[in-house]
Design a protein around this ligand. Structure first.
Ligand SMILES: C[C@H](O)[C@H](O)[C@H]1CNC2=NC(N)=NC(=O)C2=N1
Length: 101
């Protein structure tokens, strides 16, 4: 069953609970900074496992000491749904262990 796109207001309300995340070009996005490239790489690997568990996958960009996520729901026509916020919340729960900010 396709997921339902959230309204602009729903997105704004949900984003208030997720500091650091933003809505850009129909995607939820966030960039984390880490101490080293290896730490950033380990975070990417951890996020990849979570994404497979959720069967929902952000575009992940690994920089020198950064990890950027960008996600929306293809099955909602490329708009933002609950699934995107579920992924964002899961990622938020694992980043402290990686020392990401
Ligand atoms: C068939 C499978 O359920 C879909 O292709 C999943 C996989 N990962 C996905 N990831 C994202 N970001 N959006 C989707 O709509 C999506 N759909």
């Amino acid at each position: 069953m396709p997921s339902e796109p959230l309204s602009q207001k729903e997105i704004e309300d949900r984003l208030r609970e997720l500091p650091g995340w933003a809505f850009e070009d129909d995607h939820l996005v966030r960039t984390y900074r880490l101490a080293t490239h290896r730490a950033a790489s380990a975070l990417v690997s951890h996020i990849a496992v979570v994404q497979d568990e959720l069967n929902h996958h952000s575009d992940l960009t690994l920089g020198y000491d950064t990890v950027r996520l960008s996600v929306n729901s293809h099955d909602a026509g490329g708009l933002v749904t609950e699934k995107d916020f579920d992924l964002a919340e899961r990622v938020e729960s694992l980043v402290p262990a990686h020392g990401a900010s």
